[in-house]
Write a protein that binds this ligand. Structure first.
Ligand code: UDP
Ligand code: MG
Length: 337
């Protein structure tokens, strides 16, 4: 084995031991890709074995109905470099990738699609970038081979939005071909369609991120599992991420401030109306301002208490999992013994 990307064993920040006994784990989510699989396995194996690194391929079958699972199981019994993880039903690409990460033993983890749209020949280039000291290297499909209107346009807009909102400027978040240091992934939990936000999540965890152009081929077999409806789900996840990035450890800063502002404005209007009623002796029952004052006071109290609840939840989130609110890259100290 060659010089490692990370130490042989690293304790994750949350105390869990991340055992890394191989150089590379290649994680592939698979749903109905039986025609591509033989070619894919060959391509990955030949690329990586040329580099003398120890590796494993983890194919996660995500509820396929075309025989992919059977093929993978049968292959895994004969090839020593393949681990087949078969999920009970279809959970979606994010969950499939997460299952793969949980079974990975590599110091570096590479993800790619099963449909041969990503080119396994790019894996060594990504790994070389990791060796330069990055924690995450993202592929950029600079000549993307997908339908212009239904895929490329929404993706352009999404990339622009994600870049601006998350602050991680990449050209192509949707590209599955990425390489990570195992320790960075160990700190992250995935939900929804969050796999495309892994760079943003990693950035929240303090990772060093870069991108490099990679090849992209048209789909040869089967068809894409996604349509336009994905755009909406991605946008919702983007909202979650942007909130998490800014306020995860301090929800009161946003809810408390809004609530306070609302309460103060409501109180001022209320005092004014009291003055009008008691001193000037005018009727205030029919004034829209009265409704506004009441509304501001009520929402203010709600926002404020919501902020307090969010603070409690945030503390539970961190403390129950032993998740610190920071991530240490390394600790350097002169050994005393
Ligand atoms: N995939 C999966 N579960 C799903 C949908 C897709 O594991 O529910 C896998 C699929 O087999 C492929 C990858 O995720 O390896 C990307 O899917 P696809 O190629 O359909 O997406 P596109 O490249 O068109 O965005
Ligand atoms: Mg694809």
């Amino acid at each position: 084995m060659r010089s490692g990307l990370v130490p042989e064993k690293t304790a994750g920040e949350n105390g869990a031991i991340v055992s890394t006994v191989l150089d590379i784990s290649v994680v592939v989510p698979v749903r109905d890709e039986v025609e591509s699989l033989p070619l894919l396995l060959e391509a990955i194996a030949s690329t990586i074995s040329a580099s003398q690194l120890s590796y494993e391929i983890i194919c996660v079958d995500d509820g396929s109905t075309d025989g992919s699972a059977e093929f993978l199981k049968q292959q895994a019994q004969t090839r020593s470099d393949l681990k087949a993880v078969i999920l009970r039903r279809n959970y979606g690409q994010t969950a499939a990738m997460s299952a793969g990460f949980n079974h990975a033993l590599g110091k570096a983890i590479v993800t790619l699609d099963a449909d041969l749209q990503n080119d396994p020949a790019d894996i060594p280039i990504l790994l070389a970038k990791l060796e330069e000291g990055y924690d995450l290297v993202s592929g950029w499909r600079h000549k993307r081979q997908d339908a212009a209107l239904s895929r490329l346009l929404p993706s352009k807009i999404a990339n622009w939005l994600i870049g601006n909102i998350t602050g991680v400027k990449l050209h192509d978040y949707g590209c599955s071909l990425k390489a990570y240091r195992a320790e960075v992934l160990a700190d992250m939990n995935l939900y929804g369609e969050l796999h495309r936000f892994l760079p943003a999540l990693a950035y929240i965890e303090g990772a060093r991120i870069t991108e490099i152009p990679v090849r992209h081929h048209p789909r040869r077999f089967g068809r894409s599992k996604y349509g336009l409806s994905r755009t909406f789900r991605v946008m919702m996840d983007l909202l979650t991420i942007s909130f998490m990035k800014k306020f995860l450890t301090r929800p009161m800063h946003v809810f408390g401030l809004l609530g306070l502002f609302s309460m103060v404005t409501g109180t001022i209007i209320g005092i004014y109306l009291t003055f009008v009623k008691l001193v000037l002796g005018e009727m205030i029952g029919n004034r829209p301002l009265l409704i506004l004052a009441v509304l501001l006071l009520v929402t203010g109290v709600q926002l404020f208490s919501f902020g307090l609840l969010a603070e409690l939840l945030m503390r539970t989130y961190h403390e129950s999992q032993g998740r610190p609110i920071y991530r240490v890259r390394e600790v350097v100290a002169k050994s005393v013994n």
